[in-house]
Design a protein around this ligand. Structure first.
Ligand SMILES: NC(=O)c1ccc[n+]([C@@H]2O[C@H](COP(=O)([O-])OP(=O)(O)OC[C@H]3O[C@@H](n4cnc5c(N)ncnc54)[C@H](O)[C@@H]3O)[C@@H](O)[C@H]2O)c1
Length: 372
């Protein structure tokens, strides 16, 4: 893939993460052309120019639509707040660009459907930023499940917790606006759902509860502003195939910094994983000597591909940003027309349907079947 031209919209937390990945992918993998960082867009020209200098982009603009007409740009990274994804991704696809869009697709299901349809019409690659599925430890767990290492899976527990909104005095910002979505569901639950989809398949039915720990948060003007969505969600699910799942998500869980904990129980063992310790997992198997049975801890190492592309030494560890570099390499694989380990807009829409079914269930206080 010679000289892929890159456009980037947004330069916050995830914008920087995408920029680092575009900068690192060729050096890390050694088998792709170095992408050309063409133009970066931000809300105003001054911030855009500053970030273009930092991130290594040749040009900058305060108007994201400038990227659409630029023939030098092949792929656009969309890393803006949730409510802008649909408009930006659809415009990019209609302009003939490939799209790499941060999660979730869109707060409104109808917008996510339009994104899926625009991707299908365009014939371009449209990939979601579900970086956690890229962890070599998750790929290893997927292989172990496929080879039946813990037998038939019957129960999965998954928790995603952080504490950046645990403080009642944490300021109101876009993540507390209804326009960004339901809260913990769009912001957090989609990540465990991406892991569940990767390891087991789609969700069939759900029953959910949501909670709002604080009714108001400090506003920028010095007053208080009503919180418009829910920081906590608890969900029971059945997956296609019948596996029973418990999912819990909280943005207000003091002490939890980046927890995405999976407990997978099967007929012949179990597997434990937590993103806070992303370079290891534990496996319990019922074969072997009962007197020494216990969880074995597996540390990330070069044999867990593509760890070897980052570090030749075992146990030294990858980081969060490295997952984006792997995702970027997968995207380039997809652009080359090859099968890639990515969640595209079609599968992404199934995740969005699950989220909306959870919100519907909370409203109706009952189980909701997911269709489509
Ligand atoms: N994949 C992950 O692990 C992960 C982690 C965090 C956030 N996210 C997702 O990434 C997205 C961005 O979140 P964030 O935490 O980076 O937010 P952020 O607030 O740090 O950054 C958003 C950026 O977008 C810019 N922006 C807003 N409107 C714009 C416009 N019209 N044109 C150009 N730039 C614009 C803002 O100025 C800001 O720099 C969200 O959808 C979020 O859900 C994904």
């Amino acid at each position: 893939m010679a000289g892929l031209g890159i456009g980037l919209i947004g330069t916050g937390y995830m914008g920087k993460c995408h920029a680092l990945a575009w900068n690192a992918v060729a050096a890390t993998f050694g088998d792709v052309e170095r992408p050309r960082l063409v133009t970066l867009a931000e809300v105003n020209p001054a911030l855009a120019a500053k970030k273009a200098g930092e991130f290594g982009f040749a040009k900058s603009t305060g108007t994201w639509r400038d990227l659409l007409a630029d023939p030098q740009i092949d792929v656009i990274s969309v890393t803006t707040p949730n409510q802008f994804h649909a408009e930006m991704a659809i415009a990019a696809l209609e302009a003939g660009k490939h799209v790499w869009c941060e999660k979730p697709m869109a707060p409104k299901l109808e917008d996510a459907v339009c994104m899926r349809d625009a991707a299908a019409r365009s014939g371009k690659v449209a990939a979601m930023g579900y970086n956690y599925i890229q962890n070599p430890m998750i790929r290893q767990i997927k292989d172990l499940l496929a080879e039946g290492a813990i037998g038939t899976v019957n129960h999965v527990r998954v928790e995603m917790d952080e504490d950046f909104m645990a403080d009642p005095r944490a300021p109101f910002y876009w993540k507390s606006e209804a326009s960004s979505g339901y809260g913990a569901l769009d912001d957090f639950a989609v990540h465990p759902l991406s892991l569940l989809f990767t390891l087991f398949g789609h969700v069939q039915s759900v029953v959910a509860d949501m909670a709002k720990p604080y009714a108001t948060r400090p506003a920028a003007d010095g007053g208080e502003r009503a919180v418009e969505n829910h920081d906590i969600a608890s969900v029971l699910m059945r997956l296609e195939g019948g596996i029973s799942v418990v999912l819990m998500a909280s943005r207000a869980a003091w002490g939890r910094k980046g927890r995405i904990a999976l407990q997978i129980f099967g007929s012949a063992g179990s597997i434990l994983y937590d993103q806070e310790r992303m370079n290891e997992f534990e496996i319990y198997r019922t074969d072997g000597n009962p007197q020494t049975q216990g969880y074995a801890r597996v540390l990330a190492a070069p044999q867990h591909k593509p760890y070897d592309r980052f570090i030749p030494a075992p146990g030294h560890g990858l980081g969060f940003n490295d997952l984006k570099v792997i995702e970027c390499r997968e995207l380039i694989t997809a652009l080359g027309g090859q099968p890639a380990h990515l969640i595209g807009f079609e599968e992404g829409l199934r995740i969005e349907r699950s989220v909306h079914a959870m919100a519907k269930s909370f409203g109706s206080r009952g189980w909701v079947e997911i269709s489509g």
